[in-house]
Design a protein around this ligand. Sequence first.
Ligand SMILES: *[C@@H]1O[C@H](CO)[C@@H](O)[C@H](O)[C@H]1NC(C)=O
Ligand SMILES: *[C@@H]1O[C@H](CO)[C@@H](O)[C@H](O)[C@H]1NC(C)=O
Ligand SMILES: *[C@@H]1O[C@H](CO)[C@@H](O)[C@H](O)[C@H]1NC(C)=O
Ligand SMILES: *[C@@H]1O[C@H](CO)[C@@H](O)[C@H](O)[C@H]1NC(C)=O
Length: 360
Amino acid sequence: MDAEVMENRKRGLRYMCALSLLLVSVCPLSCTGSWMWLGVTSTGALEKLDCTNLPLSHRQRELCRKKPFLLPSIQDGARLAIRECQNQFRHERWNCSTTNEVSVFGHELTSGTKETAFIYAVMAAGLVHTVTRSCSQGNMTECGCDPRLQGSSVPAEGWHWGGCSDHIQYGTWFSRKFIDNAVKNMSTSRGGYTLLAMNQHNTEAGRQAIDRTMATDCRCHGVSGSCAVKTCWRTMAPFERVGLYLKDRYEHSVQVSDRSKRKTRRKEQRRPQVDKHQLIFFNKSPNYCLEDQRRGVAGTRGRRCNRTSAGPDGCNLLCCGRGYNTHVVRHVQRCECKFVWCCYVRCRRCESMNDMHTCK
Ligand SMILES: *[C@@H]1O[C@H](CO)[C@@H](O)[C@H](O)[C@H]1NC(C)=O
Ligand SMILES: *[C@@H]1O[C@H](CO)[C@@H](O)[C@H](O)[C@H]1NC(C)=O
Ligand SMILES: *[C@@H]1O[C@H](CO)[C@@H](O)[C@H](O)[C@H]1NC(C)=O
Ligand SMILES: *[C@@H]1O[C@H](CO)[C@@H](O)[C@H](O)[C@H]1NC(C)=O
């Protein structure tokens, strides 16, 4: 073994030690969410790690050991979900920013707010999506396309089921098995929710979102454009659509009571009826305006805003009325491109001055 490899090993070990120390200090509060860390770590780092030394709970580690071939899908799922969370919230005061720490989303992972609800839902949905995609692409022996549609009622006259329908059952099963904590019995007769139950509810709502947004695709086949064979198959929506669906759920999420904060635990105070597709939360969100290190809020100072927008990205709302700074930025672009025979493209350099606004 040469010196460099040795050095890398040592560095890796130090890293692992730091990680386990971190885990001890962060657990158990965010342990159920620490698999999300796979979404912010590089693929290279993952190659050095395996099921035994990842920040996973005991149960997750067992599952990972039994199905190591799913590890890339788990990581892809976490990445996909984090990217989509940031996409959906790019114009909001809370912009779904992450850190490289095991808690990934920091305080929002455990704050019991609408943001917590969205995080759990989108992460679970991401996992279902990537595992299912991997099944459909024939990468796994344990799952494949959905065989159940064959023989069931046809989508329309003259059409039949064919091709590969996404088999979300396996991905859904895996997501449940992997994410949900060992606590099986979520029903609490005393009313109200524990944080664990809240997270579990929203996690399931995230999986349901994949089911809810599935669509039927159809195509004609035949020689020279004739429509001799008409097949349809069920397919998952692009993850962006799932994100949009969950964002809407987030905006209509339902406040429930926090069992641990209740002073009187009266039997008659039952849980409100909550649909399994709804997101639930128990704490009101902070306004995310000003930096608050204790609560892990970054604040919106320095965020870019849109002066003419009436939406959440408008300077008024995003900057919480504090006002904004205007900078002139020079923009250089290739322009007036022409194709020159033969074979290249010649462009001019165009400069423009644009106003950019950032929150005070
Ligand atoms: C979110 O906003 C903060 C500033 O409040 C910024 O530093 C960060 O890069 C943003 N994150 C994303 C993912 O846009
Ligand atoms: C399936 O396997 C192929 C070949 O190993 C790989 O390129 C592809 O990314 C995999 N797809 C998924 C969804 O994991
Ligand atoms: C779950 O909890 C409820 C209420 O505490 C109880 O009635 C029920 O028997 C429990 N179910 C299981 C499977 O333990
Ligand atoms: C700002 O908002 C307006 C109105 O919503 C929109 O038309 C415009 O494209 C936005 N500008 C930028 C730079 O996003």
